[in-house]
Design a protein around this ligand. Structure first.
Ligand SMILES: [Zn+2]
Length: 298
């Protein structure tokens, strides 16, 4: 689901490292492989594009590889895709079955996460991503058909890449906030994590363990919410990928704004845009999974 324009103009420098005067490439802030159509023009230098491409590919291949083929997700290299998958029967060792991808209800792996560490009030060096649990998301109808047609239980193959997954969410959240705000409007707390200078992604990325009902026909949901007071606000991106399936809702603490006049001007900018991308939410309206446990933060 997308609202508003599908591209916004360049910020004049790399949105990740701040380099100006270098070659800049367009940034699909929601990856093309996820159906993203939003582009920030000339937004990433080649060095930063290499970094972000790496964790995006990691997730697309290791967590969603088979699912992306079986649901015919967008890809830049569709023609080189395999047509069949070879599956091992988990209950009869030695038996393998070749199944066309169109019949294979491959599951996508997502992590269920607790709240981001910064919102819990944890120290930055406390990595809580070890408590993330994975959940397999698939099309139930297709899955039932598969078991009766091929006489075997469905299996999922994936590799655990929590850090790449968290960085992908952080990147999407950052792009979401930049859709409405300028680079100078806030301190981008998420940047060192996206670029890999800091490794504890669970400090700024989190979610809720409860999975809301799917929203039929909706590809993804993105919103910006704000929490804080007149002296400091946090900019938080809420996101749900494949909202039409049983996927978790995530939050990314993208950055903060300090000082009364800056806080006022940023809130004014966020209120002036359309609902959807850049919508500002109120604490009462939004539920609580992303609210800080303590305020001010330690
Ligand atoms: Zn850069």
């Amino acid at each position: 689901m997308s609202h508003g324009p599908s591209r916004i103009p360049s910020k004049g420098k790399c949105i990740y490292c701040g380099d100006a005067g270098v070659e800049l490439t367009d940034e699909h802030f929601l990856p093309f492989s996820l159906g993203g159509r939003h582009i920030i023009e000339k937004a990433s230098c080649l060095r930063c594009a290499d970094i972000t491409k790496k964790f995006e590919q990691d997730v697309a291949r290791e967590m969603w590889g088979d699912a992306r083929i079986s649901y015919n997700a967008p890809s830049r290299r569709k023609r080189s895709r395999p047509t069949h998958i070879k599956l091992h029967d988990p209950e009869r060792p030695g038996r393998t079955v070749k199944v066309p991808y169109s019949d294979y209800p491959a599951a996508m792996i997502f992590y269920k996460m607790q709240k981001a560490g910064i919102l819990i009030g944890s120290p930055e060096n406390l990595d809580i991503s070890g408590e993330w649990q994975f959940t397999a998301v698939c099309d139930d109808e297709k899955a039932n058909g598969f078991e009766s047609k091929y006489g075997m239980k469905l299996t999922v193959k994936f590799r655990h890449v929590p850090n790449s997954f968290g960085r992908l969410l952080a990147k999407i959240g950052y792009g979401q906030v930049l859709w409405t705000l300028g680079l100078d409007d806030f301190r981008p707390l998420c940047l060192p994590y996206i670029l890999g200078a800091r490794s504890n992604i669970s400090y700024i990325v989190g979610g809720a363990f409860d999975i809301p009902p799917p929203t039929p026909g909706v590809g993804y949901n993105l919103r910006t919410v704000v929490v804080g007071d007149g002296a400091r606000i946090l900019l938080i991106a809420l996101l749900r990928l494949y909202a039409n399936l049983h996927t978790p809702v995530y939050h990314v603490v993208v950055g903060d704004v300090l000082g009364e006049s800056s806080v006022r001007s940023v809130i004014a900018k966020l209120e002036s845009v359309d609902v959807g991308i850049g919508a500002i939410g109120s604490i009462e309206a939004e539920g609580s999974h992303w609210l800080p446990n303590v305020w001010p933060l330690p």
